[in-house]
Design a protein around this ligand. Structure first.
Ligand SMILES: [Ca+2]
Ligand SMILES: [Ca+2]
Length: 335
C-alpha cells in the first residue's frame, strides 16, 4: 500500500458545512424485486450524502489500539469528505452474488471465469499452509489451479458469496444478465456503493462507530477466524460472530435500507478506477471515478478483514484480473 497523505483537516471543515439530506427512506418502504437468477434487488431512492472520512489519526488510534499508528496516516484517499448527490434511483443487490447464482450464470452463458480460462487458478485456504513460509507472508496459498470460484479451500454451499471472481468476471455477469433480461445491470459506482452502505448513517459503520457493533451486522475477522491465523489474533474483533470463513449471505442484520453484508463477508468490486486524489475533484452529481487507471476499487471488507478495514469509507483496490478468496460481487440494476 502506498502512503497516501492529503489534507484531513480540510475535509473535516468541509464535512461540517453540509448537513445530511438523505436517509429518511426506511427499509419497509423500499421495493424489492427478484431477477432470473434469483438475485433480490432493493430500489434505492435519489438523495445526497457525505462521502469519505476525515477522522483524525489520534481518534482512530484510540479506538483501534491494536493497529500500528502509521496505519492511520495512510488513509488520505478517504478524504476530503465531500457531498455526493445520487440523481437516479437504482436497484441495489440486496445480497452479494452467491455461489449458486454464479454457477447458474456460467451454465446459462458459457462464460469461463478468468481463473479457469487463464489456467492460473485462484487463491485458497489450506489448514497446513503457513504464511511465515512465504516471502510476502501471504495469508492464502495461490495462485494455483486447484483454487477457483468453485473451491476457495474452505467449505461453501450455494448460499455463500462467490469469491475468487475477478472484476472482469463481474463485467461478464452484468453483460449477460443485461442481454438476457433487457434491463441494464452493472457494478455500482463507488459513490452508489457508499451511499447504499451508509443507508443514511455518517458513522464508521452502518451499525455505529464502535467496532464491536459489527458483531450483529457483519462477518469479519473475529475470534473464530483468528483460531486459524493465530499470528493475527490481536487484530481480531473481540467476540464470536459465528463464522471463521464466509457465511451464507443474509446471515446478519441488514442495514436501514434492507441491504445485507455491505460490511464484511466478501469484499465487493465496484465500477470505478481507483484514484488517490479523486475525492478532491469529484463532481457532486453521480461521480463515476477517474477516467483511467490501473486498479479497480473494492469495498466493505470481508470475512478475513480486520474491523478497521471494513469501515464504510475504506477503499481498497486490485487489478481487474485479480481473483482472491476474499473478493466477490454485488450488482446494480438500473431503474
Ligand atoms: Ca467471522
Ligand atoms: Ca460484503
Amino acid at each position: 500500500m502506498t502512503p497516501r497523505l492529503i489534507g484531513l483537516s480540510l475535509g473535516f471543515a468541509f464535512g461540517l458545512a453540509f448537513g445530511l439530506s438523505c436517509g429518511d427512506a426506511r427499509a419497509d418502504d423500499l421495493a424489492v424485486e427478484r431477477n432470473s437468477l434469483g438475485m433480490a434487488f432493493v430500489r434505492l431512492p435519489t438523495g445526497e450524502f457525505l462521502m469519505g472520512s476525515d477522522e483524525a489519526p489520534d481518534a482512530l488510534a484510540r479506538d483501534y489500539p491494536q493497529l500500528p499508528k502509521e496505519r492511520f496516516t495512510q488513509l488520505g484517499d478517504e478524504g476530503p469528505v465531500h457531498k455526493v448527490r445520487i440523481t437516479r434511483a437504482f436497484w441495489m443487490g440486496q445480497h452479494e452474488v452467491t455461489v449458486g447464482q454464479f454457477r447458474r450464470f456460467l451454465e446459462a452463458s458459457g462464460h469461463v471465469p478468468e481463473s479457469v480460462a487463464d489456467g492460473t487458478g485462484g487463491y485458497g485456504w489450506r489448514a497446513d499452509y503457513d504464511p511465515a513460509t512465504t516471502r510476502r507472508g501471504d495469508a492464502f496459498e495461490g495462485r494455483d489451479p486447484r483454487y477457483s470460484w468453485r473451491d476457495p479451500g474452505f467449505a461453501q454451499n450455494d448460499d455463500h458469496p462467490v469469491v475468487n471472481v475477478s472484476w472482469n468476471d463481474a463485467q461478464a455477469l452484468a453483460a449477460w444478465l443485461s442481454r438476457a433480461e433487457g434491463k441494464r445491470y452493472r457494478l455500482p459506482t463507488e459513490a452508489e456503493w457508499e451511499y447504499a452502505c451508509r443507508a443514511g448513517t455518517r458513522s464508521r459503520y452502518s451499525t455505529g462507530d464502535d467496532p464491536a457493533s459489527l458483531l450483529r451486522g457483519a462477518n469479519v475477522f473475529d475470534a473464530r477466524s483468528a483460531a486459524h491465523w493465530p499470528r493475527w489474533r490481536a487484530m481480531a474483533l473481540a467476540g464470536d460472530d459465528g463464522f471463521a470463513f464466509t457465511a451464507p449471505v443474509g446471515s446478519f442484520a441488514p442495514n436501514a435500507w434492507g441491504l445485507y453484508d455491505m460490511h464484511g463477508n466478501a469484499w465487493e468490486w465496484v465500477a470505478d478506477w481507483h484514484g488517490d486524489e479523486y475525492y478532491a475533484r469529484s463532481p457532486v452529481d453521480d461521480p463515476q471515478g477517474p477516467a483511467a487507471g490501473t486498479v479497480r476499487v473494492r469495498r466493505g471488507g470481508s470475512w478475513h478483514t480486520w474491523a478497521f478495514y471494513a469501515r464504510s469509507s475504506y477503499r481498497n483496490w486490485n487489478a481487474p484480473s485479480t481473483r482472491y478468496t476474499l473478493v466477490g460481487i454485488r450488482l446494480v440494476r438500473e431503474d
